[in-house]
Write a protein that binds this ligand. Structure first.
Ligand code: UD1
Ligand code: CA
Length: 457
């Protein structure tokens, strides 16, 4: 982090080429909104109170992302161009002085090291402005870097404004800039809209600062992959793929086995411990944390799940916003959701759903069950087909089951309900009243056998 650096992230545009009702920077790649990636990078470069996101299109939604990340915002009411976007922050930013870094909000692959390198170059050369450039085989759509015969940067010319000769230039402006803040604010009002788009182009600051006698330098990057800008959904998918490939590769290098790595989907912030094995088509999203020596079977989906060590999740199971302690087993075909909590060594089998339910140490529910709004003690056995009837049509009610209880198959537990420790529920019961400790509750009609009832042959 560099103390006197201010970062402005440009995120006010609609992103017409996305053909979306949602602002471009809210579209997601690698499991995060594009603007979140830019904020992550900014926070590695500058202190949070010097990071600002320019919001315009869908301002409230974009601002919400900024404030959730602890950074500020600048309101751009009308989208009159990238130069205008920064100008809108004049009142908030001018007093901060120092160095002004501007990042395009639609270029989520940039690494913080590269931005720091840009700041270093700007400082070492005493420049008024510096920007990141690269050579592209297909520079269509990008601003071109125009240089003097001696190599000095002269200007950035936007694609739309370029002459046929300038369109042949393969060196492009990547959308990352570093300015001397004092010089920037002194000259920013010299920006004009006399271009084909009728916008205030931030890129024109290069020519303006040069003519004011400042030096302008460029940091040319050989690997252009981190500079990719997203303008449409094809580019969004391409960047998403690169991010996910990187994540998977990093996890494998850190000691996680991933079977058929090209098939899995793992978000940027997910953590997986050493020697865990992820099966094909697994999806680990949000802030999911998986411990060490776990086996996550094929096609499992874990969303904001916290999984301990040595947990085994069999194929086609889903765990969302829930905690699973060490040595638990889940699935196949299980669903654990909304703050469910499996304590150590608990077992959940096929076609079992847990919602807002705590299942104690070593307890088991192995086949077909719905356990909702319940606290279940340790060493409890929940028989096949057990249902907690937690909803009376208006309200949800709680079920409490004590340690060591045995719930027979196909029991219907009508909440609110308490089943004491060590109690037995006979198979097929509908239980509507409290069951005291160590008792047997039978809630069904007694079997009747009618001798000779069948017609004679
Ligand atoms: C911009 C650069 C171009 C560069 C390219 C790199 C300008 C004029 N051109 O072009 O030289 O090669 O990025 O990707 O800067 N935005 C606002 N308010 C506005 C307009 C845009 O906040 O009024 C934001 C957008 O949300 C976006 C970013 O600025 O995140 C860039 O805008 P965009 O329209 O995509 O610029 P490009 O045409 O790609
Ligand atoms: Ca762009």
């Amino acid at each position: 982090m560099i103390q006197d650096v201010t970062v402005v992230i440009l995120a006010g545009g609609q992103g017409t080429r996305m053909k979306s009702r949602m602002a471009k920077v809210l579209h997601r790649a690698g499991g995060k909104a594009l603007v979140e990636h830019a904020i992550d990078t900014a926070l590695e470069v500058a202190p949070a109170n010097r990071v600002f996101v320019v919001v315009g299109h869908q301002a409230d939604a974009v601002r919400a992302v900024a404030s959730a990340a602890g950074v500020g915002s600048i309101h751009q009411k009308e989208q009159l161009g990238t130069g205008h976007a920064v100008m809108c922050g004049e009142d908030q930013l001018i007093g901060l002085g120092g160095t002004l870094v501007v990042l395009n909000g639609d270029c989520p692959m940039i690494r913080p090291e590269t931005v720091r390198q840009l700041v270093d170059l700007y400082r070492e050369t005493g420049s008024g402005a510096a920007m990141i450039t690269t050579d592209l085989d297909d520079p269509t759509g990008y601003g071109r870097i125009i240089r003097e015969p001696n190599g000095d940067v002269l200007a950035i010319v936007e694609h739309k404004a370029a002459t046929p000769e300038q369109l042949h230039v393969r060196e492009i402006n990547a959308g990352f800039y570093c300015f001397n803040a004092a010089a920037f604010w002194k000259h920013v009002h010299e920006l004009r809209t006399d271009n084909p788009a009728g916008e205030y182009y931030l890129t024109d600051m290069v020519a303006i600062l040069l003519s004011a006698g400042h030096r302008v330098t460029a940091l040319k990057i050989a690997d252009s992959s981190e500079l990719l800008g997203i303008n449409n959904r094809v580019e969004l998918a391409a960047v998403d793929k690169i991010m996910r490939d990187r994540k998977v590769r990093q996890l494998m290098l850190d000691g996680v086995t991933i079977e058929r790595p090209e098939t899995v989907t793992i978000d940027k912030d997910v953590q997986v411990g050493q020697d865990s094995i992820l099966g094909p088509f697994t999806q680990l999203t949000g802030k999911t944390i998986v411990g060490e020596n776990c086996k996550i079977g094929a096609s499992c989906v874990l969303e904001n799940a916290v999984i301990g060590d040595e947990v085994e999740i069999f194929p086609f199971s889903m765990v969302s916003a829930s905690t699973v302690e060490s040595k638990a087993h889940i699935g196949p075909f299980a669903r654990i959701r909304m703050g469910a909590h499996l304590e150590e060594g608990a077992h959940i089998g096929n076609f079992v759903e847990l919602k807002k339910t705590k299942l104690g140490r070593g307890s088991k529910s192995m086949h077909f069950a719905y356990l909702g709004d319940s606290t279940i003690g340790s060493k409890v056995n929940i028989g096949a087909g057990t249902i907690t009837c937690n909803y009376d049509g208006k309200k949800k009610h709680q079920t409490h089951i004590g340690d060591g209880a045995f719930v027979g198959s196909n029991s219907t537990l009508v909440a609110p309900l308490e089943i004491g420790a060590g109690a037995y529920i006979a198979a097929g019961s509908a239980i509507t009243h409290k069951v005291p400790e160590k008792t047997l509750a039978i809630g069904r009609a007694r079997q009747v056998v009618k001798e000779g009832w069948a017609p004679k042959e």
